[in-house]
Each structure stands twice: as structure tokens, then as C-alpha cells.
Ligand binder design. Structure first.
Ligand SMILES: [Zn+2]
Length: 329
């Protein structure tokens, strides 16, 4: 029988993405137990999102109760800027239904318990620091190369959110001021338009005509994905290698700036594009060596993330377990 000790307590962490909703019960050791997967409602009503998240939490809770465990708290990862104190989603380009909505209070009244919210890239940085590549480090930068490019900054063990919760938008660092591609943030030449999965596909399409022998001509244009381009690069395809080299150089330019600004112990690279890490890491590292000051460049390890899709869930759980990011790891 459950004696209610702290060790049995779980956090139900929810990763609310633009497309998928994933939830898991996570213990103090960072182990994931019961999992629930669903899709994110594609409606314009925030109440539909609240109902789907609440259903996932109840499902996780019911599964935990069957083995006598209980959920201590709920922590939700959101694909956008979150005002932590009020639970307001300030900006969410990939989940517009909750933009400008007080998601935190709505979930609390649906679930009758406190609910923490955190930005997805920030949560991933915390997850990688707790259970992944950055374990034991105090000052780290985390970049998530997915549909867009997310960023998280942890300084001296503390997540840096900034007074408005908007800090860490590292994907919108300008890396190409002359004729740079349009970014959906409104700026041009952002890192995101050169190093995200979306960018890899666009850069490949733009260069197909110049590489008539590329393996990628055999793929239907609408079925071209960053995974397929990554596989082609690993197989030695010149076009794919060229695209990842360019992405790596732009990533390196941005990282050289982060190295000079923050003097981080580590930069962690996650997200779907990191599957091609072996292909572009050398180009990114060379650019950092070329541009950053030698002392911080020597210090900074640049590594691939280790937690995969679970980084955000783990970071959310850590925030709930430690009752805030000021606690030491
Ligand atoms: Zn941008």
C-alpha cells in the first residue's frame, strides 16, 4: 500500500505541441512511467485545448492510481512565450488558439490543482541539464532545431526568462543581413530560416536544379523532408551535404556569438535536425573556432542532445519537483 512518501510522488508533465499532445508521469529520479499520446485540437477555441490537456492528465492519473502512485503536480510545456506568474500565453505562433489566453488558470480550474506552464525550448534546456547531455553543468545554451529553432538559456543554474518571459529567442538571431530569407517573426535572415527542418527543405529545393545528379531528384517535391535530406547526406549526396554544410556554418556563426556573450560551459543541440549532427557538427564547430574568442571557445563543449522528444517533459517535471528553477540540481 502507498504510504504517501515523497519518493512515490509523480509529476504529470504535458508537452502541448502545435500538432501532438504528449503526457507522462515522471518521478524524482527522472524516470518516465505512464504515457498518454493524443493530437492537439486544431480548433480556434482555447477551451478545446484545455479539455484535451485535462483529459490527458486524468488518464495519466487513473493509470498511476492503479499501481498506488499519486500525482503531486501538473506541469505543461507550451509552444510559445508564457508569462509564468499569470499563466498567460503571450505568443504562440504554432498554437494560435491559446495566444493571449490565460491557459494556466483555465487548466487549474479544470483540474482543481496548481498547474505550472513553461515555454517548450526552456523546458528542453532544463530537461537536458537534469537528465541529458548537460548534466552537471551550470551555464548552458540549448538550441532545438525543429520546425523552427527554439532556444533556452541557463545561467548559473537558473533559467533566464527575462522580465517579459521572452528571453532565449536564439533562433531569431540575425545571421544573414543581406538578402536573407523571410522569417515568420517578421525579420529576415534569422538563424531559424537557415538551420530549422523547414529551412533544410527550402535550401534543398532552391539548389536542386544546380545538382542534376542528386539522389533527392527521385523524391517527389511534396515528400521532401529534412529526414530524407539527412539520409541522403549520410549516403554522401553532394546536394544534401552542401545544404547541411550551409546550415552548419550559419549555426556556427550564431553559436560563436553565444560563446562570446555567455561564456557557456556547453551548447546542446536538439530537435529533429540534430539527427544529421554527424554531417553538420564539424562545420558548426569550425565556425565557432574561427569567430569566437579563444578562451570561451575552448571552454564550450558543443554536443548533441540526449533526451530526444522527452527533453521538454523532463524539464517541465523538474520545474514542478524543485518548486521553481532557483533550486540547485
Ligand atoms: Zn525570426
Amino acid at each position: 500500500m502507498n504510504d504517501g512518501s515523497k519518493e512515490d510522488e509523480l509529476v504529470c508533465a504535458v508537452d502541448l505541441g502545435g500538432t501532438n499532445l504528449r503526457a507522462a508521469n515522471i518521478d524524482r529520479n527522472g524516470c518516465l512511467h505512464e504515457r498518454v499520446r493524443n493530437s492537439t485540437p486544431q480548433s480556434d477555441k482555447p477551451e478545446d485545448v484545455v479539455a484535451r490537456v485535462a483529459a490527458a492528465v486524468r488518464d495519466c492519473e487513473a493509470q498511476a492510481l492503479k499501481r498506488g502512485a499519486r500525482i503531486q503536480s501538473v506541469s505543461v510545456v507550451v509552444p510559445g512565450t508564457v508569462h509564468i506568474e499569470t499563466g498567460l500565453v503571450v505568443n504562440a505562433p504554432n498554437l494560435r488558439s491559446v495566444q493571449g489566453y490565460k491557459l494556466g488558470p483555465a487548466l487549474e480550474s479544470a483540474l482543481h490543482r496548481p498547474v505550472l506552464l513553461e515555454n517548450d525550448a526552456n523546458a528542453s534546456a532544463l530537461g537536458e541539464r537534469w537528465q541529458g547531455a548537460a548534466r552537471g553543468h551550470h551555464t548552458i545554451i540549448c538550441l532545438t532545431l525543429g520546425t523552427g529553432v527554439g532556444g533556452g538559456i541557463i545561467l548559473d543554474g537558473k533559467l533566464w526568462r527575462g522580465p517579459d518571459g521572452t528571453a532565449g529567442e536564439l533562433g531569431h538571431t540575425t545571421v544573414e543581413p543581406f538578402g536573407g530569407a523571410q522569417c515568420k517573426c517578421g525579420n529576415t535572415g534569422c538563424l531559424e530560416v537557415y538551420a530549422s527542418a523547414t529551412a533544410i527543405v527550402r535550401l534543398t529545393r532552391e539548389s536542386l536544379a544546380q545538382h542534376p545528379n542528386s539522389l533527392l531528384h527521385s523524391i517527389n517535391a511534396t515528400e521532401l523532408t529534412s529526414e530524407r535530406i539527412c539520409n541522403a547526406a549520410i549516403a554522401g549526396d553532394e546536394l544534401a551535404l552542401d545544404v547541411f554544410q550551409r546550415a552548419g556554418v550559419y549555426l556556427g556563426i550564431a553559436m560563436a556569438n553565444f560563446v562570446n556573450i555567455f561564456n557557456p560551459e556547453m551548447i546542446v543541440i536538439g530537435g529533429g535536425v540534430s539527427a544529421a549532427w554527424e554531417v553538420f557538427a564539424q562545420h558548426a564547430r569550425a565556425e565557432v573556432r574561427k569567430r569566437a574568442f579563444p578562451v570561451p571557445a575552448q571552454r564550450c563543449r558543443i554536443e548533441r542532445a540526449k533526451c530526444g522528444d522527452d527533453a521538454g517533459l523532463l524539464g517541465a517535471a523538474w520545474l514542478a519537483l524543485e518548486c521553481g528553477d532557483s533550486s540547485p540540481l
